[in-house]
Write a protein that binds this ligand. Structure first.
Ligand code: F7E
Length: 324
């Protein structure tokens, strides 16, 4: 994309309102603005709540207030809202409902469970405010987890598939898994990979994860980006839930991912480590995409199994081609 002559990269900082308005002043005649900027890692937001607030919450305000001040009221705006905003909403509802009956949609109450989710709620309400107060074409997509080969390596899906990619590579060379549980962090990292490669370490570290029981509605990021664009092509702005409507635990993700490389029992490959548990968890997410299907004509094109296999294939291929 950097070589595309229509692509311009302007440098700025979303936490700095002057920086945002200086950039927008140069681009007052654009048609659409998409705000995807965030400190988006939920666990990190507990450790860096103020930074998360500045980027994820106030960053959105900085853009919207600049648009108002610069009289950019006819420019269409998209805010990346998140299913994390629902938080623990099921604790206050009927816990006897089965997973088939439990879902979140545009009417579900937000009960955010992390500094990240609280910042996202603020940005979501700000977007609604400019829509209703200033008549702006401002829409928010409440996106459930969206994944793919480009997913950051510290999010659970990619952490798993990256580990599988690395492990498959070393397994071919005859290197075995570490036999026991270790009290030091053996999460694969460049230093460790180097040491394995140079025969300084003879065994491969197990995959260290936190809570495996949480449910997530995982979809393919490419499908979801299409939905973002579709929202801004509508005559009127609105909020939409974007999801697959299916939910799986991290355990189920592990099952599909490991069996794709022929490992039926993954329990010997994974260690649960308190380091990766969060102070507060979002236990259950399953969205209802009826509104997006009806009004936008959008549907997800990739199933859960296809998504997992796509990510595993990518990482297995990537690490096979690594020349360490
Ligand atoms: O965690 C559990 C963890 O970090 C998913 C972001 O894009 O989606 C994402 O937020 C689940 C949680 O994503 C590990 O406790 C277990 O229950 O992949 P995640 P997330 O927190 O759901 C939403 C829609 C966003 O908006 C966010 O920006 O997996 N889990 N073990 C782990 N999670 C991580 N990261 N690492 C583990 O070792």
């Amino acid at each position: 994309i950097l070589n595309n002559e229509n692509f311009n990269l302007a440098q700025g900082d979303i936490t700095d309102a002057f920086s945002v308005s200086r950039i927008l002043k140069e681009y007052v005649h654009v048609d659409e603005i998409y705000n995807l900027a965030a400190q988006s890692h939920v666990a990190v937001s507990f450790k860096q709540p103020a930074l998360t607030w500045d980027i994820t919450g106030k960053g959105c305000l900085n853009i919207l207030q600049s648009m108002i001040d610069l009289d950019m009221l006819s420019v269409r705006f998209y805010q990346a809202s998140s299913s994390e905003m629902y938080g623990k909403n099921f604790d206050t509802r009927d816990s006897l409902l089965s997973n088939v009956e439990r879902y979140q949609d545009e009417e579900t109450k937000f009960l955010p469970q992390s500094p990240y989710a609280i910042a996202k709620c603020a940005a979501h309400y700000m977007t609604r405010l400019v829509r209703e107060g200033y008549g702006m074409h401002a829409s928010a997509g409440i996106l459930f987890n969206h994944e793919g080969p480009r997913r950051g390596e510290t999010f659970v899906t990619r952490k798993i598939t990256k580990w599988i990619g690395e492990y498959c590579k070393w397994k071919q060379k005859g290197i075995r898994l570490t036999p026991g549980v270790h009290d030091i962090d053996f999460t694969p990292n460049p230093d460790l990979i180097y040491r394995v490669a140079h025969d300084e370490v003879k065994t491969f570290p197990k995959l260290r994860l936190g809570n495996l029981e949480a449910y997530r509605d995982w979809g393919y990021a490419g499908d979801y980006v299409e939905a973002m664009w579709m929202m801004l092509q509508q005559e009127s702005p609105d909020d939409y839930v974007i999801c697959t409507g299916k939910t799986h635990t991290i355990r189920e993700f592990l099952g599909v991912a490991f069996s794709h490389v022929g490992i039926k029992d993954w329990s010997n490959c994974v260690v649960q480590d308190p380091e990766f548990y969060r102070p507060a968890e979002v236990d259950y997410l399953r969205g209802c995409n009826d509104k997006a299907v009806d009004k936008l004509g959008w549907t997800p094109k990739h199933s859960f199994e296809e998504l997992v296999r796509m990510m595993v294939d990518h990482d297995v291929k990537k690490h096979r081609n690594d020349n360490i």
